[in-house]
Write a protein that binds this ligand. Structure first.
Ligand SMILES: *[C@@H]1O[C@H](CO)[C@@H](O)[C@H](O)[C@H]1NC(C)=O
Ligand SMILES: *[C@@H]1O[C@H](CO)[C@@H](O)[C@H](O)[C@H]1NC(C)=O
Length: 368
């Protein structure tokens, strides 16, 4: 064996030992802690009880109630919507990852912004439960200043301002940097193994400009993570465009350990409105080649999916098995979400486990 070959095979042998989790070899089986540190009214309507209909996101809630009343409501929600018992249930069911959506305001509130601070402590608390019980954590910047998608789940619904102001981008980079620095400490390094730079950026109205800005942001956020953390995987969301757009994260040697995140719901959009359950199951198969091809480039995970369909399916177990089988043919999945405040079981991991629909530790095979 030549010296170079020897050196290469040593690297090939040693590199995986550095991972906190063998991505690409063992599937991610995960769950989102949704509607927690970034409110979503449809998921936890009780947090909005008694408020006018137009108070429909966290920004408006805090603005409307004023700081101390908003803080009271949020803290009682933060204290109860995710518990250690939930984490233990997920571990025992065979899950191995938890994704924690965060708003930028967990780190950075400017004067004049109504956000309530304190949510970061809860993220740390949940990460601690995951560490205790042996689950990996993905920290996910879900809400950026100005909003990257105009949806309530960015914290502020309405206009999409993120891309149009350098300060919005640099504040977000700083948040990601702080998460990465925190996660590099020895007590977290092996638990917090993925940092996601931004959730669901939307490009459509102003596609070329926003895509350019998003790529700039992804580059800066990647560098910020790497300046602080040599172990975490950096996850990028596909922005709902063709996955091939992101292959440069593999082809450009500047980048390493990048994960591609795509979200595959079958409930939003006209094409899903009138399908039978069997057709929904078949749709999962249609994703298989595209996920497989992407996964040959970058670890590719389905960071959000659910069992919700417009007409409802009465064989949720088949629909789950089919999706899980396809997603595990790539690098795995995170279900949305851990629970649902309206008891919509198709959106709730707890219900789906209790009902036997999702069986993470069984061999989930897709029939395609
Ligand atoms: C983000 O940028 C937009 C567009 O310039 C601006 O209107 C908005 O105030 C910024 N948001 C924050 C939170 O700074
Ligand atoms: C992260 O932590 C490791 C292990 O303690 C250390 O070697 C490294 O210098 C730290 N910083 C970066 C940027 O990785």
């Amino acid at each position: 064996m030549g010296r170079i070959t020897l050196a290469l095979s040593l690297i090939a042998c040693l590199a995986p030992l550095a991972f906190s989790w063998p991505y690409g070899e063992q599937p991610v089986r995960g769950v989102n802690l949704g509607g927690w540190l970034v409110l979503e009214k449809w998921m936890t309507p009780n947090v909005f009880s008694g408020l006018p209909d137009n108070i429909n996101d966290e920004y408006k809630l805090t603005q409307y109630l004023g700081y101390s009343e908003a803080e009271q409501r949020l803290r009682s929600h933060w204290d109860t919507w995710v518990t250690e018992a939930d984490i233990i249930q997920f571990k025992n069911a065979g899950l191995n990852h938890v994704r924690i959506p965060l708003g930028y305001w967990a780190f950075d509130i400017k004067s004049g912004e109504p956000w309530v601070s304190g949510s970061w402590d809860y993220a740390v608390k949940a990460a601690g439960w995951c560490r205790t019980h042996g689950l990996q954590v993905m920290m996910d910047l879900h809400g950026a200043p100005g909003s990257q998608n105009g949806n309530d789940h960015s914290g502020q619904s309405g206009s999409i301002g993120f891309y149009y102001n350098d300060e919005n981008l640099s504040r977000s980079v700083n948040v990601v940097r702080q998460i990465a620095r925190w996660a590099n400490a020895s007590e977290w390094r092996n638990t917090v193994s993925i940092i996601q730079t931004l959730n669901e950026p939307i490009l459509w109205d102003d596609y070329d400009y926003r895509l350019g800005r998003l790529k700039d942001y992804y580059g800066m956020a990647y560098d910020a993570v790497r300046a602080e953390n040599d172990l975490a995987v950096v996850a990028v969301h596909d922005a709902f465009i063709d996955l091939t757009n992101w292959y440069y994260f593999r082809d450009d040697p500047h980048y390493w350990w990048v994960m591609l995140d795509t979200h595959l719901y079958q409930v939003f959009g006209d094409e899903y409105q009138d399908l039978t359950c069997e057709q929904h199951e078949a749709i999962a198969c249609r994703y298989r080649d595209r996920l497989g091809e992407a996964n040959n480039k970058l670890w590719t995970v389905v960071g959000e999916w659910s069992l919700a369909t417009p007409r409802g399916c009465n064989n949720q177990g088949n629909l789950a098995r089919q999706q899980i089988g396809v997603y595990e043919s790539a690098s795995g999945w995170f279900f949305w979400s851990h629970n649902n405040g309206q008891n919509w079981a198709e959106w709730s991991m707890k219900h789906s486990l209790n009902n036997g629909w999702i069986r993470p530790s069984e061999n989930n095979v897709a029939y395609c």
